[in-house]
Write a protein that binds this ligand. Structure first.
Ligand SMILES: *Cc1c(COP(=O)(O)O)cnc(C)c1O
Length: 456
């Protein structure tokens, strides 16, 4: 199994051939899921005592299974938050695997961690956080939010002497679902500022004032969103930062999706105040063109993260020895063993330069503006709100929830596009609408019109 023989060589060629043809294909077929029983029928037993051989296993994957998946970089995949990893980043993901580096400790991963750290410094510079701020790559926004909130909670317990008290986090109803999930994991209560639009400093202050003394004692953090996943809305970060500083609350900005827009001059002002955050989440696998999975958590004071996350164990002691000294990513987030998932971003940044990133993110924003313009010219369509960052919400006049759903399924089935409905709550009404999220700079005006034509 670990031998190098002719089968290994053939497998290598197969894999390389596939990789090259896939990454040079800008319009791969838009796959769709099949039921598990159907797939089983098509594929048969793949894991057996003797093995079915690499050639056959690869053929099954390439000819059957991959066709039951959606290529996230398809130019007409505008659902959820799509992705469009650069070719350089994808290729370097292969290199990252081939290089077999342990990314937890400097002792083993120095050269690779060095690269990750260069990319982290660039992200820090985009945020404008002060000297000393630093961060690490995580598996995604969920892990980044969780790591940041564990840090905040541990810090609060320590300085306020609240060892056994259950904490409270204030966030808005526009915050991502992972905030609720994270609160469950660390057993804190969430209090929501109820708004589908931006959380303002006034609405936050009002919420704080509505709490009783017991609750106030338990509040330790505010999570603002830098680009809501549903609508691309950026909270009033500057105003919220000031309240957090006055009330001595940890200020976390979840910019998992929107963080990429920090590089875009046209919208950078929306993020003013982010530099005052205690911690920030940015997902390079969303709008910074990295392959999955790649998130980051950035800290104003990384020492607090280290206090919360550093793992102790006799087998780990050597990694803390001065002889092995260096930056240990394992100390700043919840994961120990980790791949160097920041390497593809570093390589792509080094290859293309940061100006290209600026261009590619601006492209997503202009596509959203363009879609907004076309939508407002069509009598059967109506914008729900002006496009924000790269997200557009609109309605098809006269359609019911069922119409939206069957339209989504039909387009997907026919391989035309993957666009999904969402809900928009306004004045107590919970309406089904359509949502576009642009990431891929290869999406064209024609793609947009083809999708809109399918709604006539
Ligand atoms: C996507 C997203 C997350 C979750 O990130 P994952 O990488 O999917 O774990 C968190 N917050 C926001 C605002 C997001 O858009």
């Amino acid at each position: 199994m670990h031998k190098i023989d002719i089968d290994t060589v053939e497998m290598t060629l197969d894999v390389m051939k596939y990789a090259v043809s896939r990454i040079t294909n800008t319009r791969p077929p838009l796959g769709a899921p099949k039921r598990e029983e159907e797939l089983k029928e098509l594929v048969g037993e793949t894991v057996t005592a003797e093995g079915i051989g690499g050639e056959k296993a690869f053929r099954i994957f390439r000819d059957i299974l991959v066709k039951a998946t959606v290529p996230i970089d398809h130019p007409r995949h505008l659902a959820f938050v799509p992705a469009a990893p650069t070719r350089a980043a994808v290729l370097f993901d292969l290199v990252t695997s081939a290089a077999s580096i342990h990314g937890a400790y400097w002792m083993e991963g120095a050269g690779g961690i060095f690269c990750e750290n260069v990319a982290i410094k660039w992200l820090i510079s985009l945020t404008g956080m002060p000297q000393g701020a630093f961060g690490v790559f995580t598996s995604g926004g969920t892990a980044a939010n969780l790591s940041a909130m564990v840090t905040a909670r541990e810090h609060w317990r320590k300085i306020k002497g609240r060892e056994n008290q259950k904490g409270i986090i204030i966030t808005s109803s526009g915050a991502h679902s992972s905030i609720k999930a994270m609160a469950k994991v660390i057993d804190v209560d969430l209090i929501l500022v109820d708004t589908e639009d931006l959380m303002t400093s006034e609405s936050l202050m009002q919420k704080i004032k509505s709490l009783d003394q017991k609750q106030l004692e338990r509040v330790f953090a505010v999570v603002a969103t830098g680009g809501t996943t549903n609508a691309g809305i950026v909270d009033d970060l500057d105003g919220i930062a000031d309240i957090c500083s006055k009330e001595e609350l940890w200020f976390h900005v979840d910019a998992a999706y929107g963080g990429g827009a920090l590089v875009a001059d046209s919208v950078r002002h929306l993020f003013n105040g982010i530099e005052k955050a205690d911690s920030i989440t940015i997902d390079p696998h969303k709008w910074l063109f990295s392959p999955y999975d790649c998130g980051t958590v950035l800290y104003r004071d990384p020492a607090l993260a280290k206090e919360a996350h550093e793992q102790e164990g006799s087998y780990l002691e050597i990694t803390k020895d001065p002889g092995a000294h260096g930056f240990n990513p394992a100390d700043y987030q919840i994961q120990l063993t980790r791949r160097l998932r920041g390497l593809p971003l570093w390589f792509s940044l080094a290859t293309h330069g940061t100006d290209k990133y600026k261009w590619a993110v601006e492209r997503g924003i202009s596509l959203a503006q363009l879609a907004g313009k076309i939508i407002s010219q069509r009598p059967e369509l109506e914008l729900v709100r002006p496009p924000s960052l790269s997200i557009v919400l609109f309605r098809r006049i006269g359609w019911t929830e069922e119409d939206y759903k069957s339209w989504t399924y039909k387009n997907h089935r026919e391989g035309l596009a993957l666009v999904t409905p969402t809900r928009w709550k306004q004045k107590g009404q919970n309406e089904t609408v359509v949502r576009f999220c642009f990431i891929n700079p290869d999406t064209t005006e024609e793609d947009i019109t083809i999708i809109l034509d399918s709604m006539k």
